[in-house]
Design a protein around this ligand. Structure first.
Ligand code: ZN
Length: 249
């Protein structure tokens, strides 16, 4: 099956990858949704609470700072690196990701549709200017409370999509277009249950793309898949990469 998928990749005109938490757990970043994890016991701050309550904003910044300090320096792994390599070799159009860790870009991917935003930036809800999370986290630690926007004094929030907050419409629309136009679609490390993100692989398959699922557990879209791998993401991608004929690598 590895050789078959490698051949599909070389023959494809429009291959796209879609990634979820599973690709980053191999970089030591926990799947925040997985039951039993420490983050499953932390009550997330919903977007409307964030907007209406200074207390909720303090709790939000407390949680986000712990998370950023724990995982902000995680490094890309083999999985991220191979997807970046395929894009640079012209084999992959880009990566649609549910992750907020920026590891695809750090690995060298150029086209990344971040459905849930990025933890590496903080955004002002008033003037929409963006700042490096590192800089604003230092400011938070210095002040002991959420920092105001340095430009307009407005409310700063991590540039990630909170519970109860809509996905960025422009990113979702571009990702949906890429999914529909793809002829080969890799769904990697995602349980494919969180919508609307999980509808993208379905859209791709229903538009005629071969769907390749690489995920530890079964997914609701397995019935649509042309190939399914349940092993380590890095190992599967490395095997496919080795099976690509030398003229492509
Ligand atoms: Zn501002």
């Amino acid at each position: 099956m590895i050789e078959t998928v490698a051949r599909w990749l070389q023959e494809s005109q429009n291959a796209v990858a879609f990634t979820g938490a599973g690709i980053s757990t191999e970089s030591g970043i926990p799947d925040f949704r997985s039951p039993g994890g420490i983050w499953a016991q932390t009550q997330p701050v919903y977007f409307d609470e964030f907007l209406s309550s200074a207390e909720a904003r303090r709790e939000y910044w407390r949680q986000k700072t712990i998370c950023y300090r724990d995982f902000g320096d995680a490094q890309p792994n083999t999985g991220h690196q191979i997807l970046a390599k395929w894009e640079q070799a012209g084999l992959l159009q880009g990566v649609i990701t549910q992750n907020i860790d920026g590891l695809h870009q750090r690995a060298g991917s150029w086209v990344v549709w971040e459905l849930h935003g990025t933890a590496l930036e903080v955004m002002c809800l008033d003037c929409e200017r963006r700042f490096a999370t590192e800089e604003m986290t230092q400011e938070y630690e210095r002040l002991g409370e959420p920092p105001p926007c340095p430009i307009c004094g407005g409310i700063l929030k991590h540039a990630t999509v909170s519970f109860g907050q809509a996905l960025p419409a422009d990113v979702l629309a571009s990702a949906a277009r890429a999914a529909r136009q793809s002829d080969l679609f890799f769904a990697i490390g995602s349980s494919l249950v969180v919508h609307p993100a999980a509808s993208l692989p379905q859209m791709a398959a229903e538009s005629g793309a071969k769907l390749v699922i690489i995920n530890r557990d079964e997914t609701p879209l397995d019935y649509l898949a042309a190939a399914i791998f349940r092993e380590s993401i890095g190992e599967v991608l490395a095997k496919i990469d080795r099976a690509i004929s030398p003229s492509f690598s």
